[in-house]
Design a protein around this ligand. Structure first.
Ligand code: SF4
Ligand code: SF4
Length: 86
């Protein structure tokens, strides 16, 4: 026997965390993903430039990602993958 409590939908949403995999070498710095992130945790890298000559997108606080995948859906080049983590 073990204690079991079913989480409400709201609690599950609060617990959802995301992990991003970015192919930054292919980013063209259009900032479409930045504009749609509800947590405002995406920005262009001010310092580094990728091989295409663009400042690529970077995550400034991945712990706040809620795995909504809006950034991945918005990216015209499909370079963002979002994974849900526990
Ligand atoms: S998955 Fe959602 S919260 Fe996470 S970085 Fe992308 S847009 Fe932002
Ligand atoms: S939408 Fe895609 S190409 Fe544009 S900045 Fe974001 S990751 Fe880079």
């Amino acid at each position: 026997m073990y204690a079991y409590s079913k989480k409400t939908e709201k609690e599950v949403k609060q617990l959802a965390k995301g992990k991003l995999v970015l192919r930054a070498d292919r980013c063209k710095g259009c900032e479409l993903c930045v504009s749609v992130c509800p947590k405002k945790i995406l920005k262009l890298d001010d310092v580094n430039v990728n091989r295409k000559g663009y400042h690529p997108v970077t995550v400034i606080n991945e712990d706040e990602c809620i795995a909504c995948a809006s950034c991945a859906m918005m990216c015209p080049d499909g370079i963002i993958n979002v994974y849900k983590v526990d």
